[in-house]
Design a protein. Structure first.
Lengths: 227, 150
């Protein structure tokens, strides 16, 4: 058993993967998922691994400005906050999701900012955000939705973009990121199984098991102002 | 919404050339304490649009930031404390962000700005069916514009 510790205490220690996953397990998920936005919860298993890798292998989280694109109930952004990100912004099109995410943040004693917006129509500075984390819509309902997210993420992030995409789209993602979206590298860190529970009526099987790649993209250097 | 977030956002309405910085209408401002992190501040200083931060913090009732700053001031803890407070501890809780060019208001409720655009405010970059779909995403608009194009 883990010793009981408050969240701020845990954050000062180096958090273990299992502790992170445990904390994220308490996060509230969508009450009424909306099919038009492809709202699938990002499970604590995947979220904890994504952020844990970003921090422990690449140093892309602690003391950084992290944006969670299409944050939904906030799981990835919250994980970034738990791992010591200085400022976390969750962006989502859906007010209800942001409300849940916001109360999740409160529950975990994390300060997060939220913006209700359409990711594909954003105008964001390419200077301030270090790292973008996202579990984009896979584009099964709106074709290309995941690519809109990726394109925007690579425009605004200055260090790295972490994202999940269907394994079946691997070649396409790599080519497009490198050739069209300003990525200097695009690397699959691992392959995960994404359990999509039967949220929607059109799902025939009880649980749909999708193979998903965890990607790390590095944007090319931006011509930013220097000190 | 904190001012670090304000500092990275622009108005995204179609046809707006310079949508930065968004003006602030502050109906309610709250302050929340955040741990002071000097390294973070030193690191992010060069990436912040200083003038926008100064103006925004003034609108929110905090006028301790100097208009002209240089990187040597980062050695002063007094300066860093003020920078820290303006950037991370002042929250715009209720009010609006206003597009500097068109005056269009984006309401802020419970600290969350709503930047969603109406259909006729969406940017259309290239007039192909594909792009129309992606720029506005609403079949109604797609249909209307398609007729205009073809």
């Amino acid at each position: 058993m883990l010793p009981p510790a408050s969240v701020p205490q845990l954050m000062k220690l180096k958090m273990k993967l299992k502790q992170l996953e445990g904390l994220l397990g308490s996060v509230q998920q969508f009450e009424n998922p909306k099919i038009e936005f492809e709202q699938y919860p990002t499970g604590p298993h995947i979220a904890s691994r994504l952020l844990f890798t970003a921090e422990n292998s690449f140093g892309d989280v602690r003391d950084k400005v992290v944006a969670d694109f299409g944050c939904g109930c906030g799981t990835l952004g919250l994980a970034a906050g738990l791992l010591g990100a200085e400022h976390v912004i969750g962006l989502d099109i859906d007010a209800e999701s942001i409300e849940i995410a916001s109360s999740n943040a409160e529950e975990l004693e994390l300060d997060m900012d939220f913006v209700q917006c359409d990711i594909s129509k954003l105008r964001l500075s390419d200077q301030v955000i270090d790292t973008v984390v996202m579990n984009p819509p896979f584009g099964t309902r709106k074709k290309g939705a995941d690519m809109d997210f990726l394109s925007m993420a690579l425009k605004v992030a200055s260090r790295a973009v972490y994202s999940l995409h269907k394994t079946t789209t691997r070649d396409h993602i790599k080519k497009t990121a490198l050739r069209e979206y300003n990525a200097s590298s695009a690397e699959v860190l691992c392959e995960l199984r994404f359990d999509v529970p039967q949220l929607y009526k059109f799902h025939k099987k009880r649980e749909v098991d999708v193979a998903v790649d965890l990607w790390r993209f590095v944007p090319k250097d931006k011509q930013g102002k220097q000190l | 919404m904190r001012l670090v977030t304000h500092n990275m956002m622009s108005s995204n309405i179609k046809g707006v050339a310079n949508g930065f910085p968004l003006l602030i209408e502050a109906a309610q401002v709250v302050e929340k304490e955040v741990d002071f992190n000097a390294d973070f501040l030193k690191n992010i200083f060069a990436r912040i649009e200083w003038k926008a931060l100064v103006e925004a913090s003034k609108t929110m009732g905090y006028s301790e930031l100097l208009d002209n700053v240089e990187s040597s001031m980062l050695d002063s803890e007094e300066f860093l404390r003020k920078f820290h407070h303006a950037l991370l501890e002042i929250h715009l809780e209720e009010g609006a962000l206003v597009c500097p060019e068109t005056g269009r208001k984006f309401p802020i409720t419970k600290g969350i700005p709503n930047m969603l655009l109406h259909e006729d405010e969406c940017t259309v970059f290239v007039l192909t069916g594909h792009d129309l779909y992606h720029s506005c995403g609403t079949p109604g608009v797609l249909k209307a514009l398609s007729i205009a194009v073809y």
